[in-house]
Design a protein. Sequence first.
Length: 135
Amino acid sequence: MTTVTQAAQVDMMSDILRDPCTIRLYVNDLGNEPTAADFQEPDGGGYVGKPMRFQAWDLSNAPEEAVYPQQVWTFTGPIEGAVQGYYVTRNSDGRLRWYDQLSGGPQRIVNDGDQIKVSVGFEFGEADDPEATTE
């Protein structure tokens, strides 16, 4: 197997995170292997997606970890459905980059001032070899 240097791993991580993206919330259940078209954003309550800036990523522990500042949505009123999680799309083509469910489960927005807080981060490591055996 080819060995990739740590410096090259940091470069690859930076290349992935450099694309201008938007972080969005979703309110629907998902099937397996969703695309961006499968996500339904909240309607009302002052909700809008948030642009992500490469400069905001903390790559001080790269290539093992990348952390983005916590994102907070403060709503101006109720929305229909419960927020299930967040997803990130690439601005150039709308393609889904990644998604995650909210920790603690879905959250309902019913009042002016209700908030959703999302922490985005990645931990990278060596992938498990599915053909490896332990004895």
